[in-house]
Design a protein. Structure first.
Length: 298
């Protein structure tokens, strides 16, 4: 079965002016960015198509500098534009992106097969792509979705607190995800402050979401319905966003969809803080030294 990796990559445009600089920071010996490692891992895990969700004005430079070098899979672009809205809506004056749900929805014209969605500035590790592709190959239901679950201890930054979606899991399925902020490693364990400032400790084995999900094409129609409802209420709020976690939570709560938790033992890392970059570069160099990645990806 053909499967697609969808990379939310609008921030990659900073190489050409604007966007999130951390997404295009070179972390590999030959100038590779973090997303390049995700693409390499996805292709060797069996994904047959790579879709980058970008801004339309990035297209020419993006093809020249990033997508044209990919070998071993079909490559397509999808464009996240502010005026790409459900029928009946037209919002002027908006500058802020509509959120992750809108970004994934932008891929609806080029994705017709089961997919994995990731963020372009996160390193997920080879195991994440293996477990997600295996799930997609063996999951038949249109509303059987999956979430790549990481051990909390494998996702922390030594430079400061982080936000994580801490998951509740029952019989291998996600039942709840609680966005938790300022989680960090303290001398006596991993903890975050509650509203009163008191530290609440979490086991290092707690399952957290890092934004890597497995979806079927059915998700696009569900996003469109939620997006229309969102716009009917939030059109005048310049900072309001519709997140994929909101859409999926609604589907799980109503029983329309299930979310299988696909646990990975891999280590996630990203440039949450600028000070994280040297550690990311060193970690990738070590993986190359171990033979996990070749000296040159493509």
């Amino acid at each position: 079965m053909n499967t697609t990796l969808v990379i939310l990559a609008a921030g990659l445009g900073s190489r050409f002016g604007g966007g999130s600089a951390k997404q295009v920071a070179a972390v590999g010996k030959n100038g590779e960015i973090i997303a390049d490692f995700s693409v390499f891992d996805a292709i060797r895990a069996g994904f047959t198509k790579i879709v980058y969700v970008i801004k339309k004005d990035m297209e020419e430079a993006f093809v020249e500098n990033i997508s044209s070098k990919i070998k071993g899979a079909e490559v397509a672009l999808a464009f996240q534009e502010l005026d790409d809205l459900p029928p009946g809506f037209a919002v002027a004056g908006r500058e802020r992106p509509w959120g992750t749900a809108h970004a994934l929805w932008a891929a609806r014209h080029v994705v017709n097969e089961p997919m994995m969605m990731i963020h372009g500035d996160d390193f997920y590790g080879a195991d994440a792509f293996r477990v997600v592709n295996a799930f997609l190959q063996n999951s038949a239901g249109d509303f059987e979705y999956g979430m790549c679950g990481y051990r909390l201890e494998n996702t922390l930054s030594p430079m400061g607190g982080v936000s994580r979606g801490v998951c509740s899991v029952q019989n291998g399925r996600l039942t709840n995800m609680r966005e938790t902020h300022q989680i960090r490693l303290h001398p006596d364990g991993i903890a975050y402050p509650d509203d009163s400032g008191k530290l609440v400790y979490l086991p290092g084995s707690s399952i957290v979401s890092m934004g890597a999900f497995a979806y079927k094409p059915s998700i696009f129609a569900e996003i469109e319905k939620d997006f229309a409802l969102f716009l009917s209420k939030k059109t005048q709020s310049p900072k309001a966003e519709l997140l994929m976690t909101d859409c999926v939570s609604n589907l799980i709560t109503t029983g329309k969809a299930t979310m299988q938790v696909l646990e990975t033992t891999g280590k996630w890392f990203g440039v949450t803080y600028q000070e994280d970059k040297p550690a990311v570069v060193a970690a990738i160099a070590d993986l190359v030294k171990q033979g996990v990645y070749p000296e040159r990806l493509f």
